[in-house]
Design a protein around this ligand. Structure first.
Ligand code: ADP
Length: 458
């Protein structure tokens, strides 16, 4: 553009100079008066200067402005614009330059938005992400990864992965991804002081257009909760097997002894058969409790709700409880407000009260007292089951709702308990969106308070 400018300019300057010289020569021949000659030449000079200025304004200045705008666009300033008042080809060029600027600006806005969206997605991802190039340098570490491994993103980006991440298992995964050029999976435990986290890492190779390995991306999942569930499931299976094993071994042992000859001894026959009967009853209760829990946990489980009359509810289970209380010479005290109705699943609420009252009787010495009180206000019904039995320590209370947890294993088994009663109670209370609280003192007794909404609809 500069060349074009100087050529054009030279042409103009040359023409004007020649014209001036020609005028000067003609005038010097024609005009003998020097003063007139100087005046004419001065006027010609002024005209020449004005023409130069006009030329600069019309041709040189717009081009130099356009050049400046092009420079700005090249530098990435897409807001730069040139004046479009110039007419002709130059004006057209300027309009196109402005259009180019506008398009570039739109493109850069779109690009920035996409980059922002991508970084938001990457940063808010629930998994840790790490991008490593083929030399092992980290190019990206998202927020979750930083949360998992500590420090800040700056401590990872630009560094070699094995210098900033000190987990052998991760190094091995990256090395295998580079070596086999395929997805590699692995898991490891990350220990941070007292807490530990289980992580699963999936490494995947990244290839360029020509199919050459360019790096690897690591996706890191926090599987701590899953691990916990797995441990719980394993514990549960182990507990169930253990609970089943005891009565089955006993039934089998006594049956064998009877078959080996004891059946001919009438005393032994009766006592062994009684044991077999009791043990099989335990098996039945255990399987029933397990089935109840399984049903409560089914996704499709739904409460069979109806309007319950409290007196009707109490009349329904009282005979069973009174009989059990009588057998241990336990006084059963009832304090039940009249005419309470509430919306709930009748059989499930009955199960809550039977489990709590049976426990109260089981864990109270002969001659003790167990009381049931039921009261209500506008919103809730309050069930209170108290006893003056053996009680529990504070740290035991936290665990009694766990499956198979028993404060005193042998004592609980002797009472016929499965260790599932309170787990079932808690489940039922929660499905009714209610709450359960325990107060207990060793040697003084225990109180369970269950609160249920009077109406299930919010
Ligand atoms: P279990 O079938 O063993 O009674 P539960 O789940 O009903 O199982 O209760 C868990 C444990 O909580 C019991 O083993 C017992 O140690 C303790 N517990 C429950 N209710 C009482 C209570 N009223 N008094 C003292 N301890 C209780």
């Amino acid at each position: 553009m500069k060349k074009l400018l100087s050529r054009e300019m030279l042409k103009y300057v040359f023409t004007i100079t020649i014209t001036m010289l020609a005028i000067g020569l003609i005038l010097s021949a024609v005009v003998s008066d020097k003063i007139v000659l100087i005046a004419v030449l001065s006027i010609a000079y002024v005209i020449f200067m004005l023409m130069l200025l006009y030329f600069y304004d019309r041709h040189v200045k717009p081009i130099s402005n356009a050049t400046k705008v092009v420079d700005q666009l090249v530098k990435g300033n897409y807001q730069a614009r040139v004046e479009t008042s110039t007419s002709g080809k130059l004006g057209e060029l300027n309009k196109k330059l402005n259009l180019l600027g506008r398009n570039l600006s739109e493109l850069s806005i779109q690009e920035r938005m996409q980059a922002e969206q991508l970084s938001t997605v990457i940063d808010n991802n629930e998994s840790g992400l790490l991008l490593i190039d083929e030399k092992g340098y980290i190019h990206l570490a998202n927020r979750k990864l930083v949360q998992m491994f500590g420090k800040t993103a700056k401590d990872y980006v630009g560094f070699l992965y094995y210098d900033v991440l000190s987990y052998e298992k991760m190094h091995k995964i990256v090395q295998e991804v580079f070596l086999y050029e395929k997805n590699i999976k692995g898991s490891f435990k990350l220990k941070d002081g007292t807490t530990s986290m289980y992580l699963e890492v999936v490494g995947a190779p990244i290839f360029n257009d020509k199919g050459f390995l360019k790096g690897a991306v690591l996706v890191i999942y926090d599987i701590t909760e899953l691990k916990k569930l797995e441990v719980m499931r394993k514990d549960f299976v182990a507990n169930v097997s253990h609970e089943l094993k005891t009565p089955i071994t006993s039934i089998r042992g006594f049956a064998e002894t009877l078959l080996e000859g004891s059946m001919h001894n009438e005393d032994e026959l009766e006592s062994f058969l009684r044991i077999i009967y009791e043990e099989s009853k335990r098996l039945q209760v255990l399987t029933e409790d397990l089935l109840t829990l399984a049903k409560l946990e089914e996704d499709s489980f739904e409460l069979d709700t109806s309007m319950i009359d409290v007196s009707e509810l109490v009349d329904n289970f009282l005979p069973i409880i009174s009989q059990k209380a009588q057998l241990k010479d336990i006084t059963l005290q009832l304090d039940i407000e009249e005419h309470i109705t509430f919306e709930a699943d009748f059989s499930k609420v009955k199960q809550i009260l039977i489990n709590l009252l049976e426990n109260a009787i089981n864990y109270t010495a002969e001659g003790g007292t167990v009381s049931l009180s039921i009261h209500s206000d506008d919103d809730k019904v309050y069930f209170k089951v108290s006893d003056n039995g053996i009680g529990m320590k504070e740290k035991e209370i936290e665990r009694i709702f766990e499956r198979f947890y028993r404060v005193d294993q042998d004592r609980s088994r002797n009472t016929g308990g499965t260790g599932l009663g309170l787990a079932i109670v808690k489940h039922i209370v929660e499905t009714h969106e209610g709450t359960i609280h325990v107060q207990s003192d060793i040697g003084k007794g225990t109180t369970f308070i269950v609160e249920l909404q009077r109406s299930m609809e919010e």
